[in-house]
Write a protein of this length. Structure first.
Lengths: 952, 152, 538
């Protein structure tokens, strides 16, 4: 059965091509798919109706119970035949309904065919989740079909309403199905129905949720309003989705579950009550419509209520009648919709105040309509009659079957009144569509190919045939209803079973209905009066109010949570840090074991740093803040020394210096003071949060440190660092070898940061060229030591001389530092940073041309080279058969100097060195030269010395 | 393992004052705050590395060495802070270039929605109900292609 | 290929992109070379990710100790089923986005543009993501985060326009804060346990007093929650993502937050299997789902709507983590995979809409269903997938999570189920609003809406941006006068379609995929395979 469904979707996918080839006649080809399914199903269905259902199982995601289980049983088989049969006919009808060269049907045809597939899958599904899958698919596809002509705002809204309402029900149903799955341990419908879970609160809740889905889908109160809106869809869609197929899904589900769960508390009151209420409301509304399509729509609402009341009643005879009614309704309602389509397309209006004289003009169509409408009204010899007789009979005995006479009587009265209304609006439909109306000039319909009108005729005829086929149908429908306990009479479909109460009730209904129609004017007046006097709560308005409320809530919630202000966001994070782990901290807190300090130096430096930090917060001058920041930085490096971390100290000093200069380079452009904001509550708030965070971090440190029991993993580093890493300086070995993976990562961070800086400064400026291609410049005046073009007041000969003398020495030293780093403090970072500082001095002394002279290379190139070297020196050992970043130790004997103890990880350090130099170069080019250039642009030529003065 | 009180106090003060600065609006000030926090965290790594000791360099002295691993982590952290801070400074400069201030501005779209909330309005995309009725829209069009006619 | 080499394959997803990035920079002036290098690199990474997935599924977690040091000394990278799955899907996504941006770059600026910034940064980003997924060392995880964050700083401010500087600043500062939190957490963890190696941590955490362990757990969770944008730490995301160039936003939305979720999942299952903190996490997930989707409903710009749904759906994953049952974790993993692909696809589509119409603001869009049918299909399918419409992967993941929640029982779990259902309904509502507005509603007459200034540096860093401006503005005007808009740029559309097909494939092959995620969940619950892979048996 999977292949039937898949076939639909495959063909649907190809339909745009078909439409391109055959235009609207493509529908005839598409119709073959449901038709073929219909034929294929005949066999299994006849077997199923003889009590031999067929099931098939394919595993998909067994872990969540979602397997491709399909099956044909007495109920699903019959509904499947209805769905595929009507589907095929409707598709045929489309081939004439749409105008030639309609630009939208390539989409429409695909969606409609896909929908037919989804609908078939829905009824054949034997797995709760598969059922839900197709259930939602039909919802989405009907969304697209209702929005077929999205130009009108109302159509878009109608589509959205249908989508939201049915999906709301669908999701409720999904939760219910999950519950059923969990309670009964299986997701297969046949198994759940075979032995349902023990009744209980959980089961009741699950079933209730499932019913919400069914009611929403079948447009019962209070969800009924989406269905009339759905009439925005092309009439074939209304005929198929909103009469024969999709809206029946809810009825089908109720019918499916009824044998096992009809005794669940609340089941009958809800279904019969809501069903009858919907039946009456729909009927009344139908009597007030002028658009014949809307009239049918409300008629459908009414009929759906009737159907749910029948299949939900949960007695054998009622179930039997319900199934019969489902089929009858599918036939006559789709026929009537298709008739409306023909009239609409040939006359151009659906307003019964404008339609007139069609009986003479379209006798054939008239006959079709009369037959179908009569079936709807339940007049004899038609399927609608036999089915309704069975229904009335069933409800006559309902009280007895349920042992609850009151219920039975209420229900019986309800459906009789409902039938009266049905007769009335059936008459109104025929009259409104075909009667000659005084004062309305007769319409002159266009001619259409006879096939167009043939399709509804076929459906109506089927209704007639089925009326006589009672003996054939009865046992087949009974196969389904026999799942229920036997009732007080054996239900059957027949044109005549004597003067039973049911017959009299039908007579009453027809007579009263005719009366209602004849005196329609006073009736209408009365209706208006009543409705205007007691305004009934309008479900649609309620829905709109809910959606509006949700939207308002969304705006309010977003307005409060989404402040858009960075300080607020950071504040929340910081408060979370204080509160969330803070609570755990309080729980974990016990008197900490502390030592004051390891040496007096720590105390002295500590005091200085604390003071500097506090002053930094208080300072409103940018430069002052940065310098104080530097104090804390250098203080940190002293603490490193005091702790026994020379490498850290060295790096920290260099980094701090580099950072200071970078800060200054940028600050020279910014106003000297921080934007001053009034001394207000916010400030205290900031200080409070800061203090709290500081305290809790200290607390974390205490608790965590005291909790240490195990020895640190680095305890055993010393030996392998030398044996395996080949270096005496453990920290450096760790950097370039043990934890070289971290180092590679931080290199890439530096590289990326550097490129980012350049991209921000040299953005969309022609100066980019200069940045990319630095070139040597000739000294403007030969007597200068450096090729600087600075203006005299900014030049300091002494500084230039010193720079020129020192520069190369420093560079050499940096290289030495890099190589020697393996055994003594130093390493690639320190070396690179020193080289960077050397470049910085060149720049400060001589400006950007001088920088370009010092390093006539593209910073990006150096960075890239560095990263590549580091990565390659990591990969190289792999090619030598070692592991990635595994270092080999090579001792090269050199005659005079003795022996060079070389470790391959030195190449890695070279990479580090290059990256750091590249970063320095990049920072100087961007934040130094780049900003210089910007300033020259603005100040026109010479940068203002006072602004440009850089402290050295 | 006992905790070094002085160092922890330093950590607390540095981080605390750093956070205070970070909650400001001026970008450079925020960056200063983060560098301050960074320094504090470097000291924190000293705290967690246990007692001070000799430099972890073999053959330098016989005393017990300081734990090298936190040093390595701190060093990595220092360098990363360097990179990100430098980028942040470039960003601050760019912001100043564009807006004439390095203060962090609030988000505009959020502001719009906050105003709607203040005025008790629905969202801009909410589809208010109106009296228009849905209709499939073919009604009334009288264009008819010749092939629709029945061949006489 | 020798076995030792095959063992080192774990490093490839990180080292190769870095090498590629270095080369890209070194060849900064040859755009063509950069393109070739980038594509080849990512292709190689995808290939290695495939191999890793197969091997880790067959032979258990693939561990490798860098530099040949024993695990308890050096750094080890581990690719177990979870890591390899996420690695594979993320690299595929990255590749598609790269192709897309190449297409866009070509469309925007013509052949000879030196995108000297974009390619290396993008490669480094992917390296960082891979490293975060693979690292078996807490501090190295931090480094991985820093790699991807640093490159994301550059990418989000590409072009340095005022809007991007503003939103970029928010993003960068918040990320700096989260990095600081991470360092605090690492320091405390090391202080308490004396190690940062995941496997050893898993063993040593058990010896700590419960309350201290909980403190450390909360420190880590808080850090990752900021990165994963969990309410109330999520507000920065919708303010920062949408303004970035479309491919950048796409890859951020797809990957970055998921890295945070992954870190949560890893630490929760490996380090703290016994302290679940279920109540806290459940509340966080419920609030994230609801508040996030509320934001989406309130927005009027496609990119912002998508950003808020991104936040909201993080809640789904968090829900699975909170439930912590095997089904819950499996569902969370499946949902992560689904969300990475679908969210990226949608942002790429949003980029196409922006390219075609010059804006993603719903008030200025319309009529796309008629004028751009292909684009409308490209949007509709992943949008329905995001809304959890069956049979797409979003529904499958959600179903697993719902079942896990119902099985777990307890009113809070059921509240979570209800929140999840409500969230998917509102997600559907939000995307349906987009559909109604941008695709169905006819475009209001072009005159009355002012053309938004099109961002010149769509791939920023371009040093010839000015030409970009002119072409962009030209296109702006042509679009406004011509409702037909431009033809879809094939070189941008194809990668998007490819990714869309991946999202559909997640549904088609959901059977084996879910089986895999469940095996991954088992592995996480056992813990021993991971620990033994790192430390060796015994």
């Amino acid at each position: 059965m999977v292949f039937l469904v898949t076939l639909h979707f495959l063909v649907a996918a190809t339909s745009p091509v078909l439409v391109r080839m055959l235009d609207r006649r493509a529908f005839l080809v598409l119709a073959l798919v449901p038709a073929a399914s219909f034929v294929w199903l005949l066999g299994p269905v006849s077997r199923a109706t003889e009590g031999r259902p067929t099931y098939e199982h394919r595993a998909w995601i067994p872990q969540i119970g979602l397997d491709l289980d399909f099956g044909v049983n007495a109920l699903s088989g019959i509904v499947a035949l209805l769905v595929t049969g009507v589907g095929a006919l409707v598709l045929v009808y489309c081939a004439w309904y749409f105008r030639p060269h309609d630009t939208e049907i390539w989409r429409f045809s695909g969606v409609l065919t896909g929908f037919a597939g989804a609908m078939l899958g829905l009824v054949l599904a034997d797995n709760v989740y598969v059922l839900y899958v197709f259930w939602e698919l039909t919802t989405v596809l009907s969304f697209l079909l209702i929005g077929h002509n999205p130009e009108r705002r109302a159509n878009r809204r109608a589509a959205l309403n249908a989508l939201i309402v049915t999906t709301f029900g669908g999701l409720a149903m999904l939760v219910g199905l999950v519950g059923l799955h969990a309670l009964s341990g299986t997701a297969r419908l046949s198994e759940i129905l075979a032995d349902p879970p023990e009744p209980g609160a959980a089961v009741t809740a699950s079933i209730a949720l499932v019913l919400v889905g069914a009611l929403a889908k079948s447009a019962l109160l209070p969800f009924h309003f989406w269905l009339p809106g759905a009439m925005a869809a092309p009439t074939p869609v209304s005929a198929y989705l909103h009469a024969a197929a999709m809206v029946k899904a809810g009825v089908y589900l109720v019918a499916l579950l009824a044998p096992a769960f009809a005794d669940t508390p609340g089941w009958r009151p809800v279904l019969i009550g809501l069903g009858i209420a919907t039946m009456l409301l729909g009927g009344l509304r139908a009597l007030r419509q002028y658009d014949v399509k809307l009239l049918l729509a409300y008629g459908t609402v009414s009929q759906l209520g009737f159907l749910v009341a029948m299949v939900g009643a949960g007695t054998r005879s009622a179930a039997f009648a319900g199934l019969a009614l489902v089929c009858a309704h599918g036939l006559f309602k789709s026929a009537l919709f298709l008739v409306v389509g023909v009239i609409d397309r040939s006359v151009g209006t659906r307003d019964l105040r404008e339609l007139s004289g069609l009986r003479q003009a379209r006798p054939f169509l008239f006959v079709t309509t009369v037959v179908a409408a009569a079936s709807m009204a339940g007049l004899p010899v038609l399927f609608g009659f036999t089915a309704k007789e069975a229904a009335l009979a069933a409800f006559v005995d309902l009280g007895e079957d349920l042992g609850h006479p009151g219920w039975g009587l209420f229900a019986l009265v309800g459906i009789v009144v409902g039938s009266v209304l049905t007769v009335a609006y059936s008459a109104r439909f025929v009259w409104g569509t075909f009667a000659d109306k005084p004062g309305v000039e007769p319409c002159t319909p266009r001619d259409f190919s006879p096939w167009f009108a043939a399709v509804p005729a076929v459906l109506a005829a089927l209704g007639l045939v089925a009326g006589f086929a009672g003996p054939f149908l009865t046992p087949r429908f009974a196969t389904y209803s026999d799942q229920f306990p036997a009732g007080s009479h054996e239900a059957l479909l027949t044109l005549w079973h004597g003067f039973t109460p049911a017959l009299w009730l039908s007579v009453v209904a027809v007579a009263a209905g005719i009366a209602l129609f004849v005196w329609r004017r006073p009736v209408a007046a009365a209706q208006h009066a009543i409705v205007d006097r007691f305004p009934f709560p309008d479900a649609e308005r309620a829905y709109q109010a809910v959606m509006r409320g949700v939207d308002r809530l969304a705006v309010e919630v977003t307005g409060t949570t989404q402040r858009g202000s960075l300080p607020v966001y950071l504040g929340i994070i910081m408060v979370a840090l204080v509160v969330v782990p803070g609570l755990a901290l309080v729980r974990a807190w016990e008197r900490p074991e502390v030592r004051l300090s390891d040496n007096p130096l720590q105390i002295v430096v500590g005091v200085v740093m604390v003071a500097a930090a506090v002053l930094t917060v208080r300072s409103r001058r940018r430069l002052r803040a940065v310098l104080l920041l530097g104090v804390t930085g250098y203080g940190t490096s002293i603490l490193f020394v005091a702790h026994g971390a020379p490498d850290l100290a060295l790096t920290q000093v260099l980094v701090e210096t580099f950072l200071l200069v970078t800060f200054v380079l940028v600050l020279r452009r910014l106003p000297p003071f921080f934007s001053d904001r009034p001394f207000n509550i916010a400030r205290w708030w900031r200080v409070g949060v800061g203090t709290a965070v500081g305290l809790s971090v200290a607390g974390f440190a205490f608790v965590a440190t005291n909790a240490r029991t195990a020895t640190p993993i680095s305890a055993g580093w010393a030996e392998p660092a030398y044996e395996y890493g080949g270096g005496k300086n453990i920290v450096n070995v760790a950097l370039v070898d043990i934890r070289a993976w971290d180092t590679i990562g931080e290199l890439s961070v530096l590289v990326v940061a550097a490129t980012g800086i350049a991209s921000l400064i040299f953005l969309l400026t022609d100066r980019a060229g200069r940045q990319v291609r630095p070139r040597r410049v000739l000294t403007p005046d030969s007597n200068a030591w450096l090729a600087a073009n600075l203006h005299d007041q900014r030049r300091s000969i002494v500084f230039e001389i010193v720079t020129r003398l020192v520069f190369h020495t420093v560079i050499v030293f940096s290289v030495y530092l890099m190589i020697s780093g393996h055994n003594s403090p130093g390493g690639g970072f320190a070396g690179g940073l020193i080289a960077g500082l050397a470049l910085m001095i060149r720049y400060l002394a001589g400006g950007r041309e001088e920088l370009d002279n010092a390093a006539p290379v593209d910073a990006g190139f150096v960075l890239g080279l560095g990263l590549a070297v580091a990565a390659l020196s990591g990969l190289l050992p792999t090619l030598l058969g070692g592991g990635v970043l595994q270092s080999a130790i090579i001792d090269i004997p050199i005659p005079v100097l003795g022996e060079l103890h070389l470790v391959t990880s030195v190449f890695f350090d070279v990479g580090v060195y290059l990256v750091v130099v590249g970063l320095a170069l990049d920072v100087l080019r961007s934040l130094g030269s780049g900003i210089d250039a910007h300033m020259e642009d603005e100040d026109g030529g010479a940068p203002d010395p006072t602004k440009d003065k850089v402290p050295v | 393992m006992t905790a070094n009180l002085v160092l922890i106090i330093v950590v607390g003060v540095l981080v605390g004052s750093g956070v205070t600065l970070v909650l400001e609006r001026s970008l450079t000030r925020i960056l200063v705050g983060f560098v301050l926090i960074g320094n504090g965290l470097n000291v924190l790594f000293l705290v967690v590395s246990g007692p001070a000791g000799a430099a972890p360099i073999l053959g330098l002295s016989g005393d017990p060495m300081a734990d090298p691993l936190p040093q390595v982590m701190a060093l990595t952290a220092i360098v990363i802070t360097l990179g990100t801070t430098a980028f942040g400074l470039a960003l601050a400069y760019r912001a100043w270039q564009l807006t004439g201030t390095d203060d962090v501005q609030d988000d505009l779209e959020d502001d719009l929605i906050r105003r709607r909330a203040a005025r008790d309005e629905v969202s801009a995309t909410f589809d208010e109900a109106d009296s228009e009725l849905p209709d499939e829209g073919y009604a009334g069009d009288s264009t008819l292609a010749p092939e629709d006619e029945v061949p006489a | 290929m020798s076995d030792s080499l095959l063992d080192q394959l774990v490093l490839a997803p990180v080292i190769l992109p870095l090498l590629g990035a270095g080369l890209c920079l070194a060849f900064g002036r040859f755009a063509e070379a950069q393109r070739v290098i980038s594509i080849l690199t990512l292709l190689a990474v995808v290939a290695s990710a495939c191999v890793l997935l197969v091997r880790s599924d067959q032979h258990g977690p693939q561990a490798f100790n860098v530099g040949g040091w024993p695990a308890e000394i050096g750094i080890s990278l581990v690719a177990d089923r979870l890591s390899s799955l996420l690695l594979l899907i993320s690299t595929i996504v990255t590749l598609c986005v790269l192709l897309y941006s190449i297409g866009q770059g070509i469309v925007e600026f013509g052949r000879d543009t030196p995108l000297s910034v974009f390619y290396p940064t993008f490669l480094v980003l992917s390296a960082g993501v891979s490293n975060a997924f693979l690292s078996a060392d807490l501090f190295n995880l931090f480094v991985g985060f820093e790699i991807l964050l640093a490159s994301s700083y550059v990418l989000i401010t590409l072009g340095g326009t005022e809007a991007r500087v503003r939103s970029g600043t928010i993003y960068i500062i918040v990320s700096l804060a989260s990095s600081a939190l991470f360092l605090i957490a690492i320091a405390c963890v090391y202080a308490a346990t004396g190690t940062v190696n995941f496997a050893q941590l898993a063993l040593r955490m058990q010896d700590l007093p419960g309350s201290t362990a909980t403190m450390l757990q909360l420190l880590l969770l808080l850090t990752f929650a900021v990165k994963a944008a969990v309410f109330p730490l999520s507000a920065w995301l919708p303010d920062s993502y949408p303004t970035a160039p479309a491919p950048v936003t796409a890859v951020f939305a797809g990957l970055l937050t998921k890295v945070g979720v992954y870190a949560m999942l890893r630490t929760q299952t490996l380090l703290f299997p016994t302290h679940e903190l279920r109540t806290l996490l459940l509340w966080a997930s419920v609030l994230t789902m609801v508040v996030g989707i509320m934001g989406a409903v309130a927005q009027s710009d496609i990119k912002r709507v998508l950003s808020f749904t991104l936040v909201s759906h993080i809640g789904f994953m968090l829900f699975g983590i909170a439930i912590a049952s095997e089904l819950g974790v499996a569902g969370a993993i499946f949902y992560i995979i689904h969300h990475i692909t679908v969210q990226t696809t949608l942002f790429l589509v949003a980029g196409l809409v922006e390219y075609r119409s010059g804006t993603t603001n719903l008030d200025r869009l319309g009529g796309l269903a008629r004028h751009a049918p292909v684009l409308s299909v490209m949007f509709f399918v992943p949008a329905m997938n995001l809304a959890g419409i069956p049979p797409f992967s979003g529904f499958l993941g959600k179903l697993a999570l719902l079942e896990a929640g119902v099985d777990a029982g307890g009113w809070l779990a059921l509240l979570g189920v209800a929140a999840a259902v409500a969230t998917s309904l509102l997600t559907l509502y939000a995307v349906a609003k987009i559909w109604n507005r941008a695709f169905w509603q006819p475009l209001a007459d072009p005159e009355d809406d002012t053309p938004v200034p099109f961002d010149p540096a769509v791939l920023g860093g371009s040093l010839h941006g000015r030409s970009g401006v002119s072409t962009a503005t030209q296109r702006e005007t042509t679009w406004k006068t011509d409702t037909e808009g431009e033809r879809l740029p094939v070189r941008m559309a194809l990668p998007t379609i490819a990714l869309g097909l991946v999202t559909v494939a997640l549904t088609v092959f959901a059977g084996p995929l879910f089986a895999m995620t469940e095996r991954a969940a088992e592995e996480l619950h056992e813990r021993t395979p991971y620990i033994e892979a790192v430390l060796g048996d015994g």
